[in-house]
Design a protein around this ligand. Structure first.
Ligand code: GDP
Ligand code: MG
Length: 177
C-alpha cells in the first residue's frame, strides 16, 4: 500500500569501517550526494546518510553509517554494527598500515555483526597510483581467503564507488530474497 513514488520496499544498513583518513567519509559523500572534498574534516556528528535506489524493480533505501572519529581499535561501539546487513572494509592503497589493520577490523566486524553480513574489501585512492603501497594481487588474495568481495575505488574521481555499493546492496538483496 501507499503511493508508488514514495514506497520503500527495503532498508539496508551498511557500515563503513577502517582506519582514519582512508576515505570512508568521502566514499559515502560520493555515493550519497555525488560530492567530494579534498580537505574533509574528521567526521563529526553525522551518523548516516541514505540513498534510495531500485534493485530488481524494488525500492531499496541504503542507510550508510559512517564512523564519527572512533577509528581507534575497539572504539567503535556495538550499536554501530547493530542491524547491519552490509559492511565496507576500507583501506588506503597508498598506506600499507591501513591494509595491515584490515584483519583486526574484520575480526571486530565478525565478533559484533550478524554472521550473514555481506562484506566488501575496498582499496581506496586509486587516483594516487604512483604512491601505491598495496598491490591489487595481495588484496585480492586476502579477500578470496576471507570470502569477501573486493574492489579498488577512488572517491576523488568516482571510480568504482557506485559499483562497490551496488555489488553489496544487490548481494544483500539476493540474500533476503
Ligand atoms: P576517513 O577518516 O576514513 O573518513 O577519511 P576522509 O573521507 O575524511 O578522507 C581523508 C582524506 O583523504 C581527505 O583529505 C580526503 O579528501 C582524502 N581522500 C578521500 N578519498 C580520496 C581519494 O579517493 N583520493 C584522494 N586522492 N584523496 C582522497
Ligand atoms: Mg570520516
Amino acid at each position: 500500500s501507499g503511493d508508488v513514488a514514495s514506497r520503500i520496499d527495503y532498508v539496508f544498513k551498511v557500515v563503513l569501517i577502517g582506519d582514519s583518513a582512508v576515505g570512508k567519509s568521502q566514499i559515502l559523500s560520493r555515493f550519497a550526494r555525488n560530492e567530494f572534498s579534498l580537505d574533509s574534516k574528521a567526521t563529526i556528528g553525522v551518523e548516516f546518510q541514505t540513498r534510495t535506489l531500485v534493485i530488481e524493480h524494488k525500492s531499496v533505501k541504503a542507510q550508510i553509517w559512517d564512523t564519527a572519529g572512533q577509528e581507534r581499535y575497539r572504539a567503535v561501539t556495538s550499536a554501530y554494527y547493530r542491524g547491519a546487513v552490509g559492511a565496507m572494509l576500507v583501506y588506503d592503497i597508498t598506506r600499507r598500515q591501513s591494509f595491515e589493520h584490515i584483519p583486526r577490523w574484520l575480526e571486530e566486524l565478525r565478533s559484533h555483526a550478524d554472521k550473514n553480513i555481506v562484506i566488501m574489501l575496498v582499496g581506496n585512492k586509486t587516483d594516487l597510483e604512483k604512491q601505491r603501497a598495496v598491490s591489487t594481487e595481495d588484496a585480492k588474495e586476502f579477500a578470496e581467503k576471507e570470502g569477501l568481495f573486493f574492489l579498488e575505488t577512488s572517491a576523488l574521481n568516482a571510480s568504482n564507488v557506485e559499483s562497490a555499493f551496488l555489488t553489496v546492496l544487490t548481494e544483500i538483496f539476493n540474500v533476503v530474497n
